[in-house]
Design a protein around this ligand. Structure first.
Ligand code: BES
Ligand code: ZN
Ligand code: ZN
Length: 506
């Protein structure tokens, strides 16, 4: 299904579906009164005879009109409590509206923005824009490998949703900005959903070049020879067991007016295109979904796309560390002692703890080369984070309270939820090794595994660097559909980081 959204003062298209939004009190708006009259009192009749439809947030009721009606159906859409509705709720409602539209095979629908209401917590234009965003995010589909799409009930032809009313122009302006986020999210989801036989470091890097260069992002790819020469020893060790050689991709968006790329806001993504666990092979039940292990990198490149599309007025750096963690005669082993770009040596405790190794070199590289304003890394780093927070919150470690404050604002503005996790010298200390500068797993074993991983990364953060680590293992891949994201890949990270950049731009 492709969904397109259009905006106009008065409906310009022949539509088959009218959407009528109703708050919990079932009080009809002026627009709803008109539709009610058009349909011979159908809305009021159903509100009276359908006691289960109560205008609750996201509730929908599809009504089929009579043969004399100018349209085929009316969809009643609950908005819930007018004092509670906000931009997040509007997106969730939009996601549910999309399902009602799709399930009723609507091809063209109209949503009329009413006048702002004093009792409502949200401006009508914002409501319409975020509702549209919810629809768009829920309409995502990954069906490129289906050879017979027409057999698939959920894939109907194109659908147009028209937002009409006096405030359509204002709604369009808000939506346009949101849509650049949707495009970044879709790119990230596409990459995560893509299987590892087609998406490996080299092809991932090629996709980034193809997608971002035309938008004005400078993209540089380091191949295995360059990485070897530069001293990315930890990154190279992780990738050495695979026929697909590692890559590092550096993306620059120079949006700041001064034109010299300086103190960029920097984002680093873990891009393990498949994580078998290596010699410490993952068991059945844990290995099947491991094409997702590049979701951090996907979020970073999705973010770069969004930033370029909206022409952000800031210098933004994206770095993704790409490698495949395979088991082979050339694979690195538990007990190996490897070097790193920072010069520190690492005793490999377990080859399945590979993400922290590739990230370590990228963190060093960014600090040594770019004097970043701050660095945020994103990684599907630990199963322990999923044990701690499940699928709802992204566990976030941060060494600077001002950055955390801005991340909280960004979280509010984007609907992507964060929970602050502790950094502590004890977690760093437990990585001490007898025979190298550190080992890759802490002495607490499986306890506080996500915190220990953050403690490991912190050993690569230099004095004065403002840094945050987001462990997205639980939130980048979901087993059940979400209101605004069909399973599995969510594209988590694009929206919150785009909002974070906006906080610093402002
Ligand atoms: N990629 C995994 C973490 C992961 C697990 C992400 C499940 C998404 C879903 C990571 O590389 C890993 O294997 N971590 C190990 C660490 C262990 C060896 C200490 C884990 O979490 O089991
Ligand atoms: Zn692993
Ligand atoms: Zn991994």
């Amino acid at each position: 299904m492709t969904l397109s959204i259009s905006f106009s003062e008065s409906p310009s298209l022949q539509f088959d579906t009218v959407i009528v939004d109703i708050y919990e009190d079932n009080r009809l708006s002026a627009h709803a009164e008109t539709i009610d009259r058009d349909t011979g009192g159908m809305i009021k009749h159903h509100l009276e005879t359908h006691p289960k439809f109560k205008g609750k947030a996201g509730q929908t009721l599809v009504l089929t009109t009579g043969k004399d009606s100018p349209y085929l159906r009316v969809i009643l859409l609950g908005l819930g409590d007018p004092e509670k509705i906000d931009h997040k709720e509007s997106e969730i409602i939009g996601g549910k509206l999309f399902l009602a539209l799709r399930n009723s095979a609507a091809e063209s629908a109209v949503f009329t923005i009413h006048k702002d209401e004093a009792r409502s917590n949200i401006k009508s234009a914002d409501l319409a824009a975020h509702l549209s965003m919810g629809c768009v995010l829920r309409s995502y589909k990954f069906d490129k490998y289906k050879t017979n799409i027409s057999d698939d009930a959920s894939s109907s032809p194109e659908m147009v949703l028209e937002i009409s009313g006096e405030a359509a122009e204002a709604a369009e302006a808000v939506f346009e900005n949101l849509y650049s986020e949707a495009e970044g999210v879709f790119y990230a989801r596409n990459l995560v959903n893509e299987p590892a036989n087609t998406l490996y470091p080299e092809s991932f890097a090629q996709s980034i070049k193809d997608e971002l260069r035309p938008l004005g992002v400078e993209v540089e790819v380091f191949d295995e020879k360059k990485l070897q020469k530069m001293g990315f020893e930890a990154h190279m060790a992780v990738g050495q067991g695979s026929a697909h050689q590692p890559r590092l991709v550096v993306m620059k968006w120079a949006g700041d007016k001064d034109g010299n790329f300086k103190n960029p806001m920097s984002f680093v993504g873990k891009g393990i295109t498949f994580d078998t666990g290596g010699v410490n092979l993952k068991p059945n039940g844990s290995i099947e979904e491991m094409k997702l292990d590049m979701a951090g990198a996907a979020a970073v490149v999705g973010l770069m796309k969004t930033v370029a599309l909206r022409k952000a007025g800031a210098d933004v750096l994206g770095v993704v560390a790409l490698a495949e963690n395979m088991n082979s005669s050339n694979a690195y082993r538990p007990g190996d002692i490897i070097g790193s770009l920072s010069g520190q040596t690492i005793e490999v405790s377990n080859t399945d703890a590979e993400g922290r190794l590739v990230l370590a070199d990228s963190l060093t590289y960014v600090q040594k080369t770019y004097n970043p304003a701050f660095i945020v890394d994103l990684a599907t780093l630990t199963g322990a984070m999923m044990i701690a927070l499940g699928f709802e919150y992204c566990g976030t470690f941060v060494n600077d309270n001002e950055l955390w404050d801005k991340m909280e604002v960004a979280s509010h503005n984007s609907s992507e939820k964060l929970w602050r996790m502790p950094l502590d010298p004890a977690y760093k200390k437990e990585m001490d090794s007898q025979i190298a500068d550190m080992k890759s797993l802490g002495s607490s074993g499986r306890y506080a595994g996500a915190c220990a991983a953050a403690g490991f990364l912190e050993r690569f953060i230099e004095e004065g660097t403002i840094w945050s680590h987001m462990d997205i293992a639980g939130v980048s891949w979901v087993k059940a559909d979400r209101p605004t994201a069909p399973k599995p890949a969510t594209g988590f990270g694009v929206r919150i980081l785009n909002q974070l950049i906006k906080e610093y731009e402002a």
